[in-house]
Design a protein around this ligand. Structure first.
Ligand SMILES: N[C@@H](CCC(=O)N[C@@H](CS)C(=O)NCC(=O)O)C(=O)O
Length: 219
């Protein structure tokens, strides 16, 4: 199994957490998002992911022996969850699964894409916005997303986002919290969220997946 990712990429971070929770070993290939104009745009990497985004997971399917090249972190994680043993990240009950996916998509579908590198580069490049405007953009969208998430947690959370088991919702939350902190967004208005984060951050799978613990950290 081979993960093509980048230490600071939140979508790669999600897959690293899921791989660690499932106890799966993998080879890591660093795709530097800034070097040489962005290695994700190279012809070689585009063959793995035509969207020119990380992550990509290459994996031999345990059931068929087929070599798969998978994109989209949530599709990758749901595939791993369904195909490999280990704790279930999406519950089998349709109702519980809907609750978990709602929280996961709040982070991975509604928040992460609008603060993605290429969007920020477009803001400061083509649209010529200064860094303060970029910062305001990030703070605005993180605040909206986290306010809603905090309200949802009041209904769903136990020790973690949904009850007392780690789920896909937690896997998607932690990388966005990392990004929010990186851009100095104030998280004190979200006490429920912070208590879930505190419980998750000490789990070995979450520690192993941290950006600073990757071989390409600080490159
Ligand atoms: N929805 C995709 C998002 C992938 C994505 O946005 N990846 C970012 C890093 S977190 C990326 O490769 N950015 C490169 C760029 O913007 O050029 C997923 O979940 O896999």
């Amino acid at each position: 199994m081979k993960l093509h990712g980048y230490w600071r990429s939140s979508a790669s971070y999600r897959v690293r957490i899921a791989l660690a929770l499932k106890g799966l070993e993998y080879e890591y290939s660093s795709i530097h998002l800034l070097k040489s104009g962005g290695e994700q745009k190279s012809a070689e990497y585009s063959r793995l992911n035509p969207a020119k985004l990380v992550p990509t997971l290459e994996v031999t399917d345990p059931n068929t022996g087929e070599h798969l090249t998978l994109n989209q972190s949530l599709a990758i994680i749901e595939y791993l969850d369904a195909s490999f043993p280990g704790p279930r990240l999406v519950p089998e009950s349709p109702v519980d699964a809907a609750v978990v996916r709602t929280l996961a998509l709040d982070m991975a579908a509604d928040l992460q894409p609008i603060a993605n590198l290429r969007v920020l580069q477009y803001l400061t490049g083509e649209l010529e916005q200064p860094d303060e405007q970029k910062q305001a953009w990030i703070a605005h969208w993180v605040t909206q997303a986290f306010q809603a998430f905090e309200t949802r947690l009041q209904k769903t959370a136990g020790k973690y986002c949904v009850g007392d088991n780690v789920t896909l919702a937690d896997v998607c939350l932690i990388p966005q919290v990392y990004n929010a902190k990186r851009f100095n967004v104030d998280l004190t208005p979200y006490p429920r969220l912070l208590s879930v984060v505190e419980a998750l951050e000490v789990l070995p799978a979450f520690v192993a997946a941290r950006p600073e613990n990757q071989i390409d950290a600080n490159t």
